[in-house]
Write a protein that binds this ligand. Sequence first.
Ligand SMILES: NC(=O)c1ccc[n+]([C@@H]2O[C@H](COP(=O)([O-])OP(=O)(O)OC[C@H]3O[C@@H](n4cnc5c(N)ncnc54)[C@H](O)[C@@H]3O)[C@@H](O)[C@H]2O)c1
Length: 377
Amino acid sequence: MKNIGIIGAGTMGIGIAQVAASAGCKVYLYDTKPEQIQKSLVDLKQTLDRLVEKLKLSVEECNAIISSIHPCTTLSEFTPCDLVIEAIVENKEVKTKVYVEIESVVSDRCIISSNTSSISITSLSAELKNPERFIGIHFFNPAPVMALVEIIPGLLTGQKLATEIEMIMKSWGKIPVIAKDVPGFIVNRIARPFYGEALRIVEENLATHEQVDDAMRTLGNFRMGPFELMDLIGIDVNFAVTKTVYTDYFFDAKYKPSLLQQRMSEARLWGRKTGKGFYNYSENAAKPQPQQNDELYTMIFNRIISMLINEAVEAKRLGIADDNAIELAVQKALNYPKGLLAWGQEIGYQQISETLQLLYNDYQEERYRQSPLLRKL
Ligand SMILES: NC(=O)c1ccc[n+]([C@@H]2O[C@H](COP(=O)([O-])OP(=O)(O)OC[C@H]3O[C@@H](n4cnc5c(N)ncnc54)[C@H](O)[C@@H]3O)[C@@H](O)[C@H]2O)c1
């Protein structure tokens, strides 16, 4: 696999281009906006220059990466590609149109893939003449930094393709995990309660967002609390993913989006990228100090971690991925301090089950239903 085509030169496209070029591949990079390719290449050069300054990369390596990336003005330049990774706008119709075009350009042996975060791989492959060559390859942001890559075969994907991509990703220095084609795949499904339950606690005025973040950092050793992380990801993006997972699971109450998040999204309070989200990112903004409260913090932590562990156990029960993949997913894509199954064992699955039962008794909501596997572990 030497010639890699990347469609879309935005945040993810240029990141994946860097990963592939660093692994010695020749990268063909196309975007409908040629100026976006130029901008991304300038940004990439700056990033690499900083790595050279810090002695993490040699000047020769930096030059080799940049010169391996070939900006393309049309998709017809992708003819030599062995693997094409699409990283364009998250819109099924637009993506499908691009696959039809790319299929007419590349050879029959070329693998075509999507970096989609939330669209079903099976549905994306449906328009291809040969859907067997199509697969999901889901990198995380920033692609050169986050080690995890989810590989998602759809119902029509050829049998051996996932294993082939697994080997390629390993050779690119990544940690690949194979996931079923379900909404949110592994990471975006298992992680939903980290945001959803935190938002609910704040919506119910049980705690402030600063307190929730502080509780998760101090009691759970999370590097970032849910609200800090939402501000980093982008409230709009996080809300869109939640809505998709909720809709695609036929409105399962477990994934119900938050009104608070919807209002923040409408107000363009998107977090770091707009200067204000749950926190204020303007230069002189004061850093708010949460009022610490042991009992409250324990409640917050127990509630969120129990929901997360329940979700991981349900993913195990449904065979969305194997245990190892479930454990790696949150640690290598989201920097969680531990795998959720190991964490469940450490806390005790019975205690997790009791916490969820209490929540269920209180709220009488499907949201707090337990995985049938939880009580058997
Ligand atoms: N940003 C993330 O954190 C993240 C993480 C994982 C996966 N993804 C997924 O990766 C994909 C890209 O996301 P992004 O954040 O890089 O988006 P982005 O908006 O930064 O970049 C998308 C690029 O695609 C280009 N584009 C749009 N339509 C095109 C077309 N028809 N042909 C060629 N180029 C086209 C745009 O000009 C833009 O430069 C999406 O499917 C997204 O869901 C994003």
